[in-house]
Design a protein around this ligand. Sequence first.
Ligand code: ZN
Length: 422
Amino acid sequence: MEKNTPAIYTAPWVLPIVGQPIRHGAIAIKDGRIEAVGPAAEIRAAYFGREVVDCRGVLLPALINAHIHLELSHLSDVSRPAAGQPMCSWIADLIRSRNNCELTAQEKEHCRQRILLDQYHAGVILLADIGNEQYSVDSQSFHLPFILHFQEFLAPTKNATDAAALILAGLPDTIAATAHAPYSTTPELFRILKDRARRLGKIFPVHVAESIDEIEFLRFATGSFREFLGGLGAWDGAFSQVENNGSGTVKYLHQLDVLDPMTLCVHCVHVDESEVELLVEKGAHVCLCPGSNRFLRVGMAPIELLLRYGLLPAIGTDSISSNETLDIWGEMRILREEHPDVEPAKILEMATLGGALALHCDGDFGSLAPSRRAIFLEVDDERWAHVDSEEILIDTLTKGGRPRVVSWVDAAGAVISHMAGE
Ligand SMILES: [Zn+2]
């Protein structure tokens, strides 16, 4: 088929995400965009004469991984913290592994490329990648997934804040910059970074309320994070203005005027109901990282509460140094296990539309609807072609881990198939 030839793709199941699943559905595409989605008979009649491609599997939007650190791709051997150990014991291990790593730049790049290729095979179209090392966009040897890269800054002292501000002043406007976390970045630098992101219209992803120790640190400037910073020689009282403010992370960020629809709060494990209300009021987004939270033993995000307030979270894998695997299908499975009362369809919505909304690209990705980019997934498993119940289909899709075959259907009309584990 010629590139951009108008066509119709039919399938036993089409999952638009923004509408009900369609048994024997079809998608009409034109000029690289989706033109219409509906029952196959209707679409065939409406676009009579168009070339028809019959797919065997389930058609659904590509997945979005809304939080990853590609620069840590070579650090898969950082140990899981023992039960009862604070999160900063893992951070100390990570820093040690990073400093002691003897791999060459080429070997590290190979690890990064291997993870990128795996994301592609899993059907991920877009990654939000956070890192603090120099980054080259030219190194990607294949066209997917798209990467939104954010240069991360952290500075726990006044001197480090001044140094970071100097670097930021010279940073090209094309580079998106963000803060690491409230326990590693002074309030002053948080404000500078958010002001810059706001001026440039950039998304602002930040680690929020990942561990309970973070809340203690923000409330009282005590606990494991205070000790950790002291041990690094990185405590000079630059956080003293937050002492005794008595609030959790979300309220703290609100006090710094960081929350708005461009802010993506990653983790949100330890947030209370009033903070969820605040997130909704400010229009901030949330990204869940259930596999990383399990690995680091920091707890589970209050997903039922988030959903009750109408938030649709995104899903991220975080890095390979804090997760067993980097697989959004696996993250959906963990969410199913840990939150059995959450509708499976809602979890699939998080992995697709949730990510698109959080990264402000829902006009292109996250759903099968008119005007979205005509690049989506065909998940092929012979069992599903004969499933007559949408409940069983979505139950299987969300709890079974990565399907046996995930194929890309792209706007050029070429169907590229990849076996899982290829
Ligand atoms: Zn992270």
